[in-house]
Ligand binder design. Structure first.
Ligand code: SF4
Length: 456
């Protein structure tokens, strides 16, 4: 034990510029970590694979909900005992007071270009804070894809002012990144082997509104890039989607677009939506989903729902359940409302935890039923699936409508013809189709990344 500790410390001393990054939260935060990683490497730092080997540890934080905030504090405490800590991410900007006792340096999401200075400060043991509102073009930073996925940030911040949201305090008002940078980044990821491009932002639907552009224009440019790949578009608010719905649907008709829409409704009650500061009605959301479903036979609708928002009466909650029954989303990120500090909703009269818990359980049961019914429709169907992620349980692929399919042990980065033989709540189970002259179960490589699409 003592020998191994000695060898760890001699490893650290031999190379005093080793960093370790731990990332929490959304795709945007993952992308920010990749940018910080690339800036540090360019400055001569090397990445350690374990915190114990690092001279400086970067904790890229998320504080979207209370339990995540508590986890961040715990991680900051633990990691700061191992090596000097730099706290980056949303919490560093919106709740720096909770991290100062553990972190030598703080770096806000919009100040990530200062990560190298922050790491040197932490290494020297001097305090530093980079919490300014800057506008780095995050699509411009060159880096490697994560396996077969290239995450391209297209904008940062939003045009909303939702009364419960702490993210706004960390990411600020909308800054869209130039389309030419986004396209260059997507192209480079594809050249480096990515087969999926994820376009990410706090609200992708408002992309370009600060620059006289819009999301469909961007999507058309990306889907016209050479190669056989798929594009996944991240979350968009219902009000921004409603403003561009016709051209958005046209853009999504391209075969390179995953038919996947993440549109968080949050509540089925107009009274609650108003209190939340959301700029649409439940009926507008339902019409939006109806319109999307009318154009695509297979589509994944993902949404977010908060139960127990201040002022939510039983009738408001029932309206949310009805909205779920009517729109039948495939994915629902269900949250129990918890007040976030420095937001308007934190000062509203809160519901009792008991009521919130009961409503959450009721909503979860309905969501499970809907998911099951939705997945059942796929049983027995033969679909083209792109194997895009290697997980601990094997390779996972995505159908054209972004349904996850467990594929077992196959080569990732490749399209397969698959028969859906079973399903679970969150994914389908696929069996690779038998090829003439070969036994069932042997992978049939239908096409390579550069070959033509298959009819589904
Ligand atoms: S749109 Fe609303 S919920 Fe989304 S990041 Fe902006 S303020 Fe937060």
């Amino acid at each position: 034990m003592r020998a191994s500790m000695a060898s760890q410390s001699s490893q650290r001393n031999n190379n005093r510029m080793l960093f370790y990054i731990e990332t929490h939260g959304c795709a945007m935060n993952r992308s920010d970590s990749q940018i910080m990683d690339s800036l540090l490497r360019r400055a001569g730092w090397k990445r350690a694979s374990r915190p114990e080997d690092a001279n400086v540890i970067i904790l890229n934080t998320c504080n979207v909900k209370m339990p995540t905030e508590q986890r961040m504090i715990h991680r900051a405490k633990v990691l700061s005992r191992i090596a000097p800590l730099v706290a980056a991410g949303c919490m560093a900007k919106s709740q720096p007071e909770l991290l100062r006792s553990y972190a030598k340096a703080l770096v806000a999401p919009r100040a990530i270009t200062h990560i190298v200075e922050a790491a040197y400060s932490a290494l020297k043991g001097t305090r530093a804070e980079f919490l300014n509102w800057e506008t780095p073009n995050k699509a411009e930073f060159n880096r490697e894809p994560t396996g077969f996925i290239g995450i391209v940030p297209i904008a940062e911040g939003c045009l909303g002012s939702c009364t419960y949201c702490i993210t706004k305090l960390a990411r600020g008002r909308l800054t869209s990144f130039p389309a030419k940078s986004v396209i260059r980044r997507a192209k480079e990821f594809l050249n480096k082997g990515a087969v999926e491009i994820w376009l990410t932002a706090e609200d992708t639907g408002v992309y370009g509104w600060d620059k006289g552009e819009n999301l469909p224009m961007l999507l058309n440019k990306i889907s016209s890039l050479d190669g056989d790949f798929r594009v996944r578009v991240g979350m968009m608010t219902p009000d921004s989607a409603l403003k561009i719905v016709d051209s958005l649907i046209d853009s999504f008709k391209d075969k390179k677009m995953y038919k996947f829409f993440h549109i968080p409704v949050q509540s089925g009650s107009d009274k609650i939506l108003k209190l939340m500061g959301r700029k649409y009605t439940a009926e507008q959301f339902m019409r939006l989903i109806y319109e999307i479903r009318e154009h695509f036979d297979d589509v994944t609708i993902s949404t977010d729902v908060i139960v127990g928002f201040p002022g939510e009466e039983e009738g408001d909650f029932q309206d949310t359940l009805k909205l779920l029954e009517v729109t039948k989303p495939d994915v629902v990120n269900l949250s129990r409302f918890g007040p976030r500090p420095k937001t308007l909703a934190a000062n509203m009269k809160q519901l009792s935890p008991k009521v919130i818990k009961r409503r959450s359980k009721e909503a979860a049961a309905i969501i499970e039923e809907i998911k099951e019914r939705n997945n059942e429709r796929f049983l027995g169907r033969k679909l083209t699936v792109l194997a895009s992620e290697v997980t601990s349980k094997g390779v996972q692929g995505r159908t054209q409508c972004y349904k996850p399919v467990a594929l077992g042990n196959v080569t990732p980065g490749v399209f397969y013809r698959v028969k859906i033989v079973d399903f679970r709540g969150n994914y389908l189970i696929g069996r690779l189709r038998e090829k003439e002259g070969r036994r069932t179960g042997i992978a049939v490589r239908c096409r390579t990344r550069l070959s033509r699409d298959l009819p589904s």
